[in-house]
Design a binder for this molecule. Sequence first.
Ligand code: GDP
Length: 387
Amino acid sequence: MDPLLIVLIVVVVLAVAGGIWFYAGRNRGGQVPPEVSAHKPTSADDVLLTPPVEEAPPQAPQAPAATLERPESIPGRMQRLRSRLAGAGSFGKAILSVLSRGDLTEADWEEIEDTLLTSDLGLEVTTSLMDELRTQAKVLDTSDPDAIRTVLREQLLELVDPGMDRSLNLTKPTPADGWDGAGGEPAAAVLMVGVNGTGKTTTCGKLARVLVADGKTAVMGAADTFRAAAADQLTTWGERVGVDVVRSEKEGADPASVAYDAVRQAAREGVDVVVVDTAGRLQNKAGLMDELGKIKRVMEKAAPVGEVLLVLDATTGQNGMRQAQVFSEAVGITGIVLTKLDGTAKGGIVVTVQKELGVPVKLVGLGEGADDLAPFDPEGFVDALLG
Ligand code: GDP
């Protein structure tokens, strides 16, 4: 045979054998996508219906999640703040130091009276408290400091009035309260009022933290539109605990409209509480009344405002009381937040303000720290005053 023909036959045989080997290898080697191989088609249609293998869409780069702070729990903060209140109670300490002298002279009694007066208890309350202390000393036939201290504690507690309801009304309004259901389910509304500088914005932020610590959701409204810094301050407070702040970018915008937007957003999002901060310029009483009245009326178009909290700076004494009267006339007050009690010996203001305004102190500010706000506890307060 022609050698050339032999070479040709060998090449053809090798090519055919190689093709068969390659084809068999493909079916054996598992290169078919597993999704398809897992599916056993029973007909040609099944093959067509088998979904094509989709590639995952490209992922947008994700911003790192902001770490939210976990505010201190309410029992925890009360424990911690008690010592700060004790620092505020130097009037109690002054009285106790007089009492510790033993048998009380007339000069000692006068010193006690002076101390009570400088603590902002007011003349009327101090006079009746002194009368009661002297009477009890006579009745008990003693000037023993421990016995007088016990009487003083009872008297102060009675003046602070432990029977007042100091809980915040954070119950969501029901349709029976007169909302139409449009725009969602309204949140419990808290309106914060008071003179500038008393700690309103700070208290809104601290309150948002109390709410978050209590497992509630909230929205804040920056209706102090005269100070851009107030809205910025509130936004920072909100960001730290994941609470949205509704604000207007326009300085001097209508505060009532910002408050209304906050209430509507809270309803849309179904949050538990909406807290609205306001401005407190006092130069024009009529203007202030109009403004606060309008904010409250506009908020109440959506649902009733459950709490109107008056923020009072405990260090301002009787002057603060006059301001409080103006606010209380402008807009019905349901509770008082007494701030800066950490820096004053004027604990007697608690008694005076409740008596004059007829509403309870519900919260106290005891420092500039984020969690330095606590519910007011009469027994703890009086014990801290008396050491
Ligand atoms: P606003 O004008 O009423 O909103 O007052 P701010 O919230 O801006 O507070 C005025 C100042 O008071 C700030 O420096 C706060 O840190 C301070 N402040 C607020 N509450 C307290 C408090 O309970 N204790 C102390 N020591 N300072 C406070």
